[in-house]
Design a protein around this ligand. Structure first.
Ligand code: 13P
Ligand code: SF4
Length: 303
């Protein structure tokens, strides 16, 4: 029996659903029951029938699944898989800025800890941020932690007033303009598809800007044969699977989120064998209570 077959069998025996993000390795995406961007994963997590969710992604994604599904057991494939951007802000910092700007709504990118969500009014993901913030009554928006996504949303909503935090994704930050210009020169016919976590000097050269799932949808529906893709290279698996006759190029060789790559088939098999308490997401009751509100609010406003 192959490792993938063993995993399929164990999933059924143990009543487990595997949810995976597009940045994990292709072979992991292929054993998952559902693969998506952060928004699709949050929606899916709220709907699954199984008693156990095994999350092939990083901690903020597993925490969101737990917050939306308090009665279920949520396990991480690797409990040390975190997000460099999420670590760039803490609850105390949010409380300080909130006190300084009492009129502002705190809008929290889903790439954040449960403690930070607990201090926030609404969550957003890259695929719904413009819609959610655009639908809010408050004019002043304190957007945390990603400054690049915040500027992208601010440009789309000039009627709002933004207060920025200085967070960023360490992986998207390494996608640099010089490398992009070189890639464009090497592939002059290619369209540039970028994630809004990229800095403005990448976004300004882009033909399309969107979440991982939006980038995949764009490439599926577009007739161009070549694309330069400015996001983590895990998305190439789905892009190539759906478009075997199209070419996809990275901007440089830094587009790898090492936390996402901690998720392996061997670890999935091991966890399914034991459903180890060490890998289960457990959150304090008060954090659970407060942090689920902004996520639920997002699901309503993004509809
Ligand atoms: P998506 O919501 O686009 O999948 O992005 C998640 C993420 O972590 C990007 O770095
Ligand atoms: Fe976090 Fe960046 Fe990795 Fe996404 S790619 S999980 S934002 S560190």
């Amino acid at each position: 029996m192959t490792l993938s077959e063993k995993i399929s069998k164990l999933k059924q025996e143990k009543d487990v659903v595997i949810l995976a993000h597009y940045y994990v390795d292709g072979e992991v995406q292929d054993v998952a029951d559902f693969v998506g961007d952060s928004y699709a994963l949050a929606k899916k997590a709220a709907l699954v029938d199984q008693q156990n969710i095994l999350f092939a992604g990083v901690s903020f994604m597993g925490e969101s699944a737990k917050l939306l599904n308090p009665s279920k057991h949520v396990y991480m494939v690797d409990e040390t898989a975190g997000c460099g951007m999420a670590d760039m802000i803490n609850a105390e910092q949010v409380r300080k800025v909130r006190a300084q700007y009492p009129e502002a709504a705190v809008v929290c990118y889903v790439n954040s800890s449960a403690e930070v969500k607990a201090e926030s009014d609404v969550c957003v993901t890259s695929s719904n941020a413009v819609k959610v913030v655009g639908g809010m009554k408050e004019k002043q928006i304190y957007f945390i932690p990603d400054s690049h996504l915040a500027h992208f949303v601010a440009a789309a909503l000039p009627e709002k007033e933004f207060i920025y935090h200085n967070g960023y994704c360490p992986i998207h930050q390494m996608i640099d303009e010089a490398s992009l210009l070189k890639a464009k020169e090497a592939h002059p016919k290619a369209l540039v598809l970028s994630h809004p976590e990229c800095a403005d000097d990448i976004l300004k050269h882009s033909d399309y800007i969107g979440s991982t799932a939006d980038i995949i949808t764009f490439a599926r529906n577009n007739e161009a044969e070549e694309y330069i893709v400015a996001t983590e290279t895990g998305v190439f698996h789905q892009l190539k699977k759906e478009n075997p006759n199209k070419e996809f190029y990275p901007v440089n060789d830094c587009q790898v989120c090492h936390d996402m790559k901690k998720v392996t088939l061997e670890k999935i098999e091991n966890i399914l064998e034991n459903l180890d308490a060490q890998n289960e997401i457990i959150l304090e009751d008060q954090i659970m209570e407060q942090a689920k509100n902004p996520l639920e609010q997002m699901l309503v406003l993004a509809k």
